[in-house]
Design a protein around this ligand. Structure first.
Ligand code: FAD
Length: 468
């Protein structure tokens, strides 16, 4: 059976695009190096028709499929299990732009296009595709949609779901659903598009998408500000929203230990402000000219200094300086992985609840697990924190995780639930949070999710064991 499927895949795609032997760790090992699987084969179709062929062949031979884009996901959803029986479907060769309609402000691209290439294509046409995250040089738009990725501009433009108008999907039976549309209004029955967005490869394979574009802002300004407390960060957010309106495109927060890790592991990166309990990164983009925008932005920061919401601030003077400030923020995930695995939490809370949540949960963690170090940073403007727990200095990361991960998760997620929050804001469920989903979603919600999975993938061939 296995050899027969491999032969059929080779004759469908050509041997060069069916990898079976050799080092396949680029596809079998996840970004965090936490999950290593073994694929029956890595297949690399070059068109939607070839994806459909692969799915039909897998259905005929009873094989399961794991779709993969850039393999930057953080919840173990895009790598095969250890059975050596799953087919890893890499979308990387589906990377073409199909159409760009400047008047309609839409672009249709294939799923394997790298996010940064998509941003660049839009910029070359004088337009903006605003989805932006630290993995943008490797992650793909298909993976972004499959995980409903958020990133740094959700405050103004929404997450991947809000940026998508239409999809092309291959279902478990190998049929192609052409739902590519640039319409902003289309109430013709159930919204299939929204079903596939965020489904993490468990309901169908996304092969192309029609996405929203936006006018490029005339001016874009970035600043760092030091805050003594999270309550002051939240007050600054409120003031920035009131004064800058929709022009406030990013509001990121970085705890002191998160930036200390960047200082330690990437000492070459300049940090314009001295260490402080919290550092906020603000971005303001507007259609008005640079000098007016700068005046308004600086006036906001001056008023915050006067009222002691912040103790210091630095505004980037050039695009290069602005990129350097973002680079600091985006280096936190890398600095963390240099430090070793930690217990990751990608949580969402009402913004108003965040200061009290952190005060009480920090204290409970420190009391229960003495010496833990909290790597707390994230998209405060969206109420989304990456609230990660690193073992005590000098401890072995793997041992710390094996001993305490379960209890730490329980403590943090109970606190999140008590505040009406979510245990997965933007990274998804994958393999990592499957048990959490089963424990914390209502029976009614789980029942409806299982009914949808059963209807679209009755033989459980698409990314089995992920999400549900
Ligand atoms: P993969 O990792 O390849 O796959 C992710 C999931 O999607 C898997 O379940 C896979 O099966 C499925 N999938 C992939 N492609 C398809 C497809 N075409 N059809 C169906 N299913 C598919 N996320 C955020 O939301 N915000 C952030 O700010 C953020 N920052 C990050 C920073 C770093 C340094 C890293 C490493 C990751 C970050 N992420 C962030 C995680 C984020 O989820 C991924 O980077 C990205 O969205 C996944 O894209 P990918 O192409 O790498 O998908």
């Amino acid at each position: 059976m296995t050899m027969a499927l491999l032969d059929a895949l080779r004759s469908a795609l050509g041997s060069a695009h069916v990898l079976h032997d050799g080092d396949l760790s680029a596809w079998e090992l996840d970004w965090r190096k936490r999950w290593r699987g073994k694929a029956l084969a890595v297949v690399r179709p070059g068109s939607t028709a070839e994806v459909a062929k692969v799915l039909r062949l897998c259905a005929e031979h009873g094989a399961c499929i794991v779709p993969q884009g850039g393999n930057t996901g953080l919840v173990g959803g895009g790598v095969p299990d250890a059975s050596g029986e799953q087919v890893l479907l890499s979308l990387g060769r589906l990377n073409r732009v199909r159409t760009l309609d400047a008047a309609n402000l839409t672009i249709t691209v294939e799923a394997g296009m790298v996010l940064q290439a998509l941003q660049q294509t839009a910029a070359d046409a004088g337009l903006l595709f605003p989805l932006s995250l630290a993995a943008e040089g490797s992650c793909t738009i298909g993976g972004n949609l499959a995980t409903n990725a958020g990133g740094t501009q959700v405050l103004r433009y929404g997450n991947a779901r809000e940026l998508c108008l239409g999809l092309e999907v291959v279902n478990a039976a190998g049929e192609v659903w052409d739902g590519l549309t640039g319409l902003r209004k289309d109430n013709t029955g159930y919204d299939l598009r929204d079903l596939f967005i965020g489904s993490e490869g468990t309901l169908g394979v996304i092969t192309a998408a029609t996405l929203k574009l936006f006018p490029q802002p005339a001016a874009s300004l970035t600043a760092l500000a030091s805050c003594d407390s999270l309550a002051n960060c939240v007050a600054l957010l409120g003031r920035a929203q009131a004064r800058l309106g929709a022009g406030l495109t990013g509001f990121e927060v970085m705890g002191q230990f998160a930036l200390d890790l960047v200082r330690q592991h990437f000492p070459q990166l300049p940090q314009p402000l001295p260490p402080s309990p919290w550092t906020v990164l603000l971005e303001y983009a507007d259609t008005e000219g640079e000098s007016q925008a700068r005046q308004r932005f600086e006036a906001l920061l001056e008023s915050a200094l006067e009222d002691e919401l912040i103790s210091d601030a630095a505004v980037a003077e050039s695009l290069a300086q602005s990129a350097a400030l973002w680079h600091l923020r985006e280096s936190i995930p890398l600095a963390q992985s240099e430090e070793g695995l930690n217990v990751k939490h990608d949580i969402a809370l009402p913004v108003s609840a965040i200061p009290e949540f952190c005060d009480s949960t920090d204290a409970a963690l420190r009391a229960t697990f003495p010496g833990v170090r909290l790597v707390n940073f994230g998209h405060l403007g969206d109420g989304n924190l990456h609230y990660n727990v690193q073992g005590p200095a000098g401890s072995t990361a793997n041992e710390f995780l094996a001993q305490h991960e379960h209890d730490i998760n329980q403590l943090v997620f109970d606190a999140v639930q008590a505040c009406g929050g979510s245990f997965s804001a933007e990274h998804g469920i994958g393999a990592l949070k499957r048990d959490e989903l089963a424990q914390r979603k209502s029976g009614v919600a789980l029942g409806m999710m299982r009914a949808i999975k059963q209807a679209l993938d009755p033989h459980n061939r698409l990314n089995p064991g992920r999400v549900l």
